[in-house]
Design a protein around this ligand. Structure first.
Ligand code: ADP
Ligand code: MG
Length: 377
């Protein structure tokens, strides 16, 4: 077991890393963050922020020398970086698990090989692949295999010509082409798994997206016990097959009453923010515990919760002028907890913060959260 006051290493300095840092601090640990952005939200509160690229080996040597173990909050850290660090200190999740989750081709192949339910797709590495595919895949979404997030690197395409055009726009990078599914709803399961294989799954969340970005998560998900159980079992199987250690997020589509795995995130997940305020143990606490070899906490929710993301557009008034939103409107709501990430600049579409409303009555919680969202704009 790695015990306080040991120093933990975090690759990536976004909001997920920031919650990890503050949680680890509460638990008595120190944290070093490695992120190239000097303004990164986690770097601002870390005990040390190494402002360096993820493949800067001088910085990685320094990092490995000062940390007892390393984890990540960002799936695009090169797997080679995780492999390199693992020569010196424990790294969780492993490079091999992250490598599967950071490449849509590897991810879909993993799902297919392990008999996990997924939607129809084709791997597109060159124009020829697009000419050869089954026309029944259209309408479809072309997604670059690497570095996509929040709907970026994705194009909705009605037919082969549009797909060819989008493929060129993406610079001919390897992609997956997914059949556009008519979604009943989307759910996610966030879980933690320790080195001995113990898994604790948080209650499934129901996710609503706007423009490809997560907007609202409702927990517990209102999809009935059968789909909830199937989602949980699939997520736990994925974690087992990956030999995963740490906090993992698995996104699902529900389409025609069937469950399909959409994608996996090898880190805490945006839809797991509610665990801070509504669960016995948060997803960040579990990440610390799994990393340090401590027994995982109980994942039970003590409250129903609705989480609402606050995106950068809130910082612009009707005339397009930049201003701070009027937080007093949210602070006036009982059982609402506001979390702001201290990001340097609000850009439209950028995740700047979120709030979570908790309570015993799920319908009332949703109503309160929607009113609060309408009030803030
Ligand atoms: P990201 O890495 O940006 O989260 P996703 O693949 O999860 O990428 O896509 C973002 C959102 O776009 C999904 O949560 C879903 O709402 C929508 N979407 C993605 N793929 C499909 C699909 N094949 N059919 C229908 N909707 C989709
Ligand atoms: Mg997603």
């Amino acid at each position: 077991m790695i015990l306080p006051p040991a120093t933990l290493g975090m690759l990536g300095g976004g909001q997920l890393g920031r919650f990890f840092v503050s949680t680890a601090h509460e638990m008595g640990y120190k944290v070093w963050v490695l992120d190239p952005d000097p303004h990164s939200p986690a770097g601002l509160i870390a005990d040390r922020h190494l402002v360096a690229a993820y493949d800067d080996y001088t910085a990685l040597d320094d990092f490995a020398g000062g940390c007892a173990a390393v984890t990540t909050e960002f799936e695009n850290v090169p797997a080679t970086t995780l492999d390199y660090l693992a020569k010196f200190i424990p790294v969780h999740p492993s490079a091999s698990a992250v490598a599967v989750c950071q490449n849509r081709i590897a991810e879909k192949t993993f799902l297919a090989e392990n008999g996990l339910p997924h939607g129809p797709f084709a791997v597109i590495r060159c124009e020829e692949n697009l000419r050869d595919i089954d026309g029944a895949l259209f309408p479809a979404i072309l997604k670059v295999a690497r570095f996509g997030y929040d709907g970026k690197g994705q194009a909705r395409v009605a037919n082969r010509d549009e797909a060819l055009h989008a493929f060129h726009q993406f610079g001919g990078e390897s992609c997956v082409l997914e059949k556009m599914l008519s979604l009943d709803s989307e759910v996610s399961v966030v879980l933690a798994r320790d080195e001995s294989g113990v898994v604790r799954s948080f209650p499934a969340g129901e996710n609503r997206h706007r423009h490809g970005i997560l907007d609202v998560t409702i927990t517990p998900a209102r999809v009935g016990p059968v789909l909830t159980k199937l989602a949980r079992e699939a997520a736990e199987r994925i974690a087992g097959q990956l030999g995963y250690v740490g906090t993992l997020g698995v996104e699902f589509f529900i389409c025609g009453g069937q469950l399909y795995v959409n994608e996996m995130a090898p880190r805490p997940h945006n839809s797991g923010h509610h665990t801070i305020d509504a669960c016995v143990t948060s997803q960040y606490e579990q990440q610390v515990k799994a990393l340090c070899g401590l027994p995982l906490g109980e994942a039970r929710a003590h409250s129903a919760a609705v989480m609402v993301n606050l995106l950068g557009e809130l910082w612009y008034d009707e005339a397009g002028d930049y201003r701070e939103p009027d937080w007093s409107l949210l602070q006036a709501v009982p059982n609402l907890r506001l979390h702001l990430y201290a990001k340097h600049h609000a850009r439209p579409g950028r995740k700047m913060g979120h709030f979570t409303v908790i309570g015993d009555d799920a319908a009332k919680v949703l109503d309160t959260a929607m009113h609060a969202r309408a009030a803030i704009g």
